[in-house]
Design a binder for this molecule. Structure first.
Ligand code: THU
Length: 194
């Protein structure tokens, strides 16, 4: 680009010159990549990492998680997915011990359908709002791969955590095993909040 050519010609030592010369020129788009000087001055480099457990097989899983995965697998049978043919089941354990299930429900009007996770979460919010969700398992058919919640479901999982004031353990099963996180917070950094 023009800016990087200028930058090469002028070298790192002339930061003040290019500021004076080019910042006013709308033809030249300056980006941080062209000017490492900026990175040293005003940018904080950060890295996001998060903890999760991976279980290769049901035997290694905590009993409660394994039972919830079995419930989610049963819920897959109640999915209605004639269009995508991707059937998803979700099961949640509430603090009272009650188990709720959800499955994806598709529509003739394509975007009107609903994911398994959100069908469960909205039902929980509508009918069991005083009974917090402690854990939620997800299963799918085909089941060769683990099924991870979509972006919208991650947001709604976080909404539910905030609403109830406690984390939801999420067990994402498939391929005979599961990946587990202790809160939806792990799955969605920089979450939207009104
Ligand atoms: N789906 C879910 O129900 N949950 C997920 O985590 C991923 C996707 C559904 C939505 C749609 O009915 C089908 O799977 C294919 O996207």
């Amino acid at each position: 680009s023009a800016a990087s050519d200028v930058y090469k010609r002028q070298g790192l030592s002339s930061e003040m010159n290019w500021q004076a010369e080019f910042l006013d020129n709308p033809e030249i788009r300056l980006t941080f990549d062209h000017f490492p000087f900026f990175q040293k001055q005003g940018i904080m480099e950060n890295r996001f990492s998060f903890d999760y457990q991976h279980y290769d097989s049901p035997e290694g899983m905590p009993a409660g998680d394994r039972e919830l995965v079995e419930e989610a697998r049963r819920a897959v049978a109640r999915a209605y997915a004639p269009y995508s043919k991707f059937r998803v089941g979700a099961a949640a354990r509430l603090r009272s011990g009650k188990i709720l299930c959800g499955s994806n429900q598709e529509s003739e009007v394509f975007p009107a359908g609903m994911c398994a996770e959100r069908s469960l979460l909205f039902h929980a919010g509508a009918c069991h709002a005083d009974d917090p969700i402690e854990a939620l398992a997800i299963a799918s058919e085909p089941s060769e791969r683990e099924c991870y919640p979509c972006g919208q479901c991650r947001q709604v999982l976080l909404d539910a955590e905030r609403r109830q004031g406690s984390p939801i353990r999420i067990i994402m099963s498939g391929a005979g095993g599961a990946t587990v996180v202790d809160s939806a917070v792990r799955l969605l950094p920089f979450t939207f909040q009104l």
